[in-house]
Design a binder for this molecule. Sequence first.
Ligand SMILES: [Zn+2]
Length: 476
Amino acid sequence: MKDFDNKISLPSRFYQYLEKIKESHKLIIKSKDGYHCDSCNSDFKICKQNKRYGETYAKCPVCKKNLVVKSNRKKYYTQDDSFCIIEKFKDHLIFRLFAVKTEYDAPNNYHSEYCEYGRNIYSYESGPLVLVEEVYNDNITATITGKYINYKEIYGSNWKANGSYFYHLGNVSMLYPYNLKKVLKGTKWEYSQIWDFAKHIDYFNISDFLQHKSLEMLIKSKLYNLAYSIINEFDDYLIKLDYKFLHNNLIFVRKNKMDLEEYQLFEKTKIKNIKLIRKYAPDYDNLTQIFFDLKIDLARADNQIKNLKGHIQEYIDYLEICKMLQYDMKDKKILYPEKDIVEEHNRVNSLYEAYKDEVYNNAIKKRAQELKDTIYQSDKFVIFPVKNQRQLINESKQQNNCVKTYAERIANNECDIYFMRSINSKEKSLVTVEVRNNRVVQQRIKNNEDTTNEQKQFLKNWEEKFLKPGLNKGVA
Ligand SMILES: [Zn+2]
């Protein structure tokens, strides 16, 4: 760090850049007479407000800066920002981390300070960016609960390695853009255009950006929001864009400053209607293949289906169910029901439940036929396979167990369910038996309790004599 400090000085536009950040900490003061911009000293009646990072901002109609809005009753307010300057030194990239803090004392009294508090040292020669060391100086107070910037001095020289596993200085900050073209010359980021990106996007994860290969084209095409939302995706390596489609629609995408969700919805639906895209982009992750396979016309769906916004999940479910019910999926009345989608979803869902029950019931009946040779009777007990869905439900009720949920498993040949009963009262449940792979795997009496020795012996005899290989198709 000593070598570095002796050799490297601040980039030429450092103070201009710093002033700009300080200026962005000025407030727009709201009073009963209207607004006052402390940055350009103008008064105005109305301004356009927006929310960012949980704060209310407004765009000053005179100087066009986007500043935090505070009431004139507010006495004291602090803002801080952090930024990073990248330098190249001895085959390493050094990220110099700075912080700027501005304290406001009403009225119109601003005091700012700044400092360099940390450095991240990366090697990059071997290909990817690898963090070699993270160091900080006396501008950081390290406590057991974290690290705090104390603004003790502007430049610290007492550098020490960050030994903490948990508290990193982090890589999300603003990036000083004006030296980058020169610094990155001769590295693999020579054409990355990160300097353009840094001018348009304030906070981002700089090392994540540099790990990316595919952003260059997006930035060259001035699609900064799209690039920004891609580096913010957790599984960004899975994102595949159709670059040909993007290229053909570049003006539309750029003009509307689309982010990733908006673009993906646009790419998949091809709807050139930004209002509609913005309305449904938050639902993009819920759109499964069936939506695209059926070539759903989103404009028509939005127009015809009641309550669609906020209930895309129900709509997708509805389509899946209609398909399972073997409805005509070319019929526009099915695809775009002119009804409340939640009610419509519930309606087809109960139809489907009944349909499923019928399918299961038939499967159970058929299976009982196949198993009729396994029916066995001693002088005390009898055992027989379940004959239909109704019997299964009845057994569940009597035994207080969950056997009725077995219908699907029987229908899928995963297991068989038998009822073992007393000769004297064949209608009354006694033992519920589950068989898989010609073996009794469960034998339960009421309330899932265990069987008596006599009952066990009966089942053992039956298993040996009647459950022959090949008969029971069950799989483990
Ligand atoms: Zn202003």
